[in-house]
Design a binder for this molecule. Structure first.
Ligand code: SF4
Ligand code: SF4
Length: 504
């Protein structure tokens, strides 16, 4: 197993160098600005009646919604939060945080609730304005991301944009728990004996460089870990943005980056309250999105908000918020409710009147019910991550397979206008085909979903064993609850795939 790629002869020095990543992030920033420029004035094509003609042929929409959104799921599955290493928005945020007001991020904000609200807000933008279909809306969206990163950087120290506002980072933090890849210190005892601790120090320091016979000195303000971690205390990969700052500043060469054993972090403690909330919203949106190609299933999922909107006399504008509340919160809760019920039934202990109760009565006050419920959902969510990721991965490869062929067109004609006209009006160009025939791809998707199911089942068993304080060594009610949830989710994904790729 490749334990530490930082020790590889050719690759190690390149990964350790700060200049490598400055260069890559600058290139990514330039790409982001180019995307904003190519999308800014493009909305539709005058005289063409199609609603969203530039959705795939324009450089901006193609790059963000096809290449980046879908490609990142594939990358996150293997390398966890590696996108954060090169993300230009987080980088700008981190750089500015050294020069601004440097306020501490309040603890009550650093809890995944703001980023969950951002995800909900984004879904509303998709429902109301279809921002993913129009280059100009996409460009405005990217500009706002950049502005928010600048403002957050000028107010708070650390990468506050990544912690507070970036839904991509929050999604990657869930998937990073599963990725076979981690950053850890090589030897914790070395950290105990390290007094300088440059990896977390924010004390001003002097640096020196020599040029010819001259020696230059300048004062620097180290940023420490931009998300407030202590490398020696990292025990799961969810929060580390892989910025590699600690790799570069460690004075003992004690940080390693490499492969790790399954099941990664999936047998650890459950998700915290805010993370659980984010997981629920993601689960609901993803499952509803997955089911959209199976019309009957999609209609059943949206039946409640549609009926409610109709009975209230609300037009589409009123339906969208109802749909987001339903799909983002109530629907995922309903998906997990049977598993919760199974767990609760498994907790019932029967005792005779003469005998002592099996354990002391628990606190069942109203104030304890919600935290207890969310804490159980957070525990249940961990082993479900592989299945959710497999569904996300399946969606991503279907989209990439169908639309990747637009890449040469988006590069040749970034506005997308000429390509659209050549394909759809003059018909001088054939529409890009799929990379892999659907007859082959459908089996690949079946394998991906089955793998997700079995990995989730294995993770559930590992979590039930790791967290068990029972005499028989396994928390069976938890295992059963996880299996019930897995079967329900798999039914949604499986029936969609069968209907869409095998029956239709
Ligand atoms: S632990 Fe290291 S790599 Fe991870 S975010 Fe902190 S400084 Fe960056
Ligand atoms: S990671 Fe390196 S710099 Fe940080 S405490 Fe450990 S040995 Fe010291």
């Amino acid at each position: 197993m490749l334990k530490n790629i930082l020790n590889l002869p050719a690759l190690g020095p390149i990964i350790r160098s700060t200049w490598t990543w400055r260069l890559v992030r600058l290139i990514m920033l330039a790409l982001l600005l180019v995307m904003i420029a190519f999308g800014w004035h493009q909305h539709a094509i005058p005289g063409v009646k199609v609603r969203d003609p530039l959705m795939y042929s324009n450089f901006t929409t193609f790059n963000l919604w096809v290449l980046w959104m879908m490609g990142m799921v594939v990358v996150a599955m293997v390398f966890g939060r590696s996108w954060c290493t090169v993300c230009p928005v987080g980088w700008i945020n981190g750089v500015l945080s050294r020069f601004g007001l440097r306020r501490e991020l309040p603890a009550w904000l650093n809890n995944f609730v703001p980023v969950t609200l951002v995800l909900v807000f984004l879904q509303l933008l998709v429902y109301f304005f279809s921002i993913h279909r129009y280059p100009d809306y996409t460009a405005i969206f990217l500009t706002w991301m950049l502005i928010l990163a600048l403002v957050a950087g000028l107010i708070f120290r650390q990468r506050s944009f990544c912690l507070l506002l970036c839904p991509a980072g929050a999604v990657f933090s869930l998937y990073a728990r599963l990725a076979p890849w981690q950053l850890r210190v090589s030897d914790k005892s070395v950290c105990v004996g390290c007094s300088a601790k440059p990896c977390i120090s924010t004390e001003p320091a002097w640096r020196q460089a020599a040029l010819g016979g001259m020696r230059f000195s300048w004062r620097t303000q180290p940023e420490g870990c931009p998300v407030g971690l202590v490398p020696a205390e990292i025990n799961d990969s969810s929060a580390c943005t892989l910025c590699l700052n600690c790799v570069q500043t460690c004075c003992n060469d004690n940080v390693s980056l490499g492969a790790r054993r399954w099941p990664g972090d999936l047998n650890k403690q459950g998700l915290r309250f805010g993370e659980t909330l984010f997981f629920l919203v993601l689960l609901g949106l993803l499952t509803a999105n997955f089911a959209k190609v199976y019309v009957d299933l999609r209609e059943s999922i949206f039946w409640v908000p549609e009926t409610l909107a109709l009975s209230l006399g609300w037009e589409s504008a009123g339906f969208y918020p109802l749909a987001v509340i339903w799909v983002g919160l109530i629907f995922p809760l309903l998906l997990l409710l049977p598993g919760v019920m199974v767990y609760l039934v498994g907790q019932i202990k029967v005792s005779t009147l003469e005998g002592e109760p099996a354990s002391a009565p628990r606190d069942v006050s109203v104030a304890s019910i919600l935290p207890g419920f969310m804490s159980f959902l957070g525990r249940l969510a961990l082993p479900l991550i592989p299945l959710v990721l497999s569904a996300h991965f399946a969606l991503a490869i279907v989209k990439l397979n169908a639309k990747f062929g637009y890449l040469p067109l988006a590069l040749q004609d970034p506005s997308g206008v000429k390509s659209f006209l050549a394909i759809n009006v003059m018909q001088t160009l054939a529409p890009p085909g799929v990379l892999v025939p659907l007859d082959v791809l459908k089996w690949v998707i079946v394998v991906i979903l089955l793998s997700g199911f079995f990995l989730s089942a294995l993770a559930a068993r590992a979590a039930a064993k790791a967290d068990s304080q029972r005499h028989d060594g396994t928390d069976r009610p938890f295992m059963l609850a996880a299996l019930v949830s897995l079967v329900i989710l798999s039914w949604f994904y499986g029936s969609t795939v069968v209907e869409w790729l095998f029956v239709r």
